[in-house]
Design a protein around this ligand. Structure first.
Ligand code: UDP
Length: 358
């Protein structure tokens, strides 16, 4: 299959601004290449693909980023800036579409989804978020009624945010296991990984660290400086140990030393890449019982699921984290979320999409 991937219009690949989509895209490229497919990627200028993905041709587009939907009002209209990066990426996609079997869109935005109604070549969409915008949800609903196969979701709970999707195609996610080293240290620090933004609930993890009189190691791109400093100031100085945004290899080395990862999203997290990355290193995860984390974590086996927004429940599970066998965590990823498993699901889905256009 010849597949053209359209990346996120928020930040270049490697910047961290695109969140989990950056890693998901790289995992998918790697899985598709290893299955023998031809892959081209359209991404913002300065983007880099991970080592091993050199066989994928990278096309650059330039322009103004989109505003992330989770930071706008649910009822906001679509804003497309002058010199739009998103439009630039879509145009590039159309330029090379005649050499492809399918365009695979990974941006959560209006334009590429709307294009589905106006293209002869199939355009399939990996929806990377829950319902964060009325205008996008309504558009998905409209396109879905004509092309029900063209949308895939990372988790069932995420897909439930779009009630008109009757039989959602769930593709999970994939991780290149060789990139994550298993570490068996049970006495490490508390860890937290993610974009530092209100929907990620960093304050709840800091609460737990403070109650235990420990530091919380925080890795990730600070998307919202005001929020970050507000959280920092709410706890005694030094509670949060800011570790910065690291590339996957450096991140996994540090993350693997932790005795637990706290994952505290306040929104319907579509999946939660950082959970699986921690598990791949052997680090158990405690998260709130909602969204993707609820489908990934095996309660009592690979971590614990706390009552949503109940910080005390979170804390109580940290106190018994040594009951989790770190080997179980790694094993879950091997059996459920490798790049091969992920790419096979995506290929099966894309074949279904393509067959409808013949
Ligand atoms: N990440 C990273 N370096 C860091 C912290 C985070 O590369 O120092 C990446 C991480 O690998 C993950 C992404 O940031 O792929 C966060 O994705 P997630 O699905 O957890 O949340 P999202 O940001 O998409 O809401």
């Amino acid at each position: 299959m010849r597949i053209v991937l359209i990346s996120t219009p928020i930040g270049f690949l490697g910047s961290g601004k695109g969140g989990g989509v950056e890693l998901t895209l790289n995992s998918l490229v790697s899985g598709l290449l290893s299955l023998g497919h031809s892959v081209e990627v359209i991404a913002p200028r300065n983007s880099k693909l991970h080592k091993g993905n050199e066989k994928a041709k990278l096309h650059f587009a330039e322009g103004e980023d989109q505003i992330s939907w989770q930071h706008q009002n649910y009822n906001s209209p679509v804003i497309i800036p002058d010199n739009s990066l998103l439009a630039g990426m879509v145009e590039k996609g159309l330029d090379i579409a005649n050499q492809a079997d399918v365009l695979l869109n990974m941006s959560y935005d209006w334009l590429p989804i709307w294009m589905t109604l106006n293209l002869e070549i199939p355009i399939a969409h990996i929806i990377s978020m829950g319902s964060e915008s009325l205008v996008i949800s309504n558009l998905i609903s409209k396109v879905y009624s004509r092309h029900p196969n063209n949308f895939a979701f990372h988790s069932k709970t995420q897909a439930n945010d779009y009630p008109f999707i009757k039989e959602p195609i769930i593709i999970g996610n994939g991780f290149k296991l060789n990139n994550y080293i298993f570490q068996d240290s049970m006495n490490g620090p508390l860890g937290w990984v993610g974009r530092v933004a209100p929907e990620k609930g960093l304050e709840d993890a800091a609460y737990v660290a403070n109650k235990l009189g420990e530091k919380l190691r925080v890795w990730g791109f600070i998307e919202d400086e005001i929020y970050a400093s507000k959280v920092e100031k709410s706890f005694p100085k030094g509670t949060i140990d800011w570790m910065g945004f690291l590339a996957t290899d450096d991140l996994q080395k540090e993350l693997g030393k932790c005795r637990v990862l706290l994952n505290t999203p306040k929104w319907n997290e579509a999946y939660g890449n950082v959970i699986v990355e921690a598990l791949a290193c052997g680090v158990p995860v405690i998260a709130y019982k909602r969204g993707g984390p609820n489908e990934i974590i095996q309660h009592g086996q690979t971590g614990y699921l706390a009552d949503p927004d109940d910080k005390k429940d979170l804390l109580s599970y940290v106190k018994i984290i040594e009951k989790i066998k770190r080997k179980n965590c790694r094993e879950w990823v091997e059996n459920n979320a490798s790049t091969d498993i992920f790419a096979n699901k995506v290929v099966k889905w894309l074949n279904k999409v393509i067959s409808e256009y013949k």
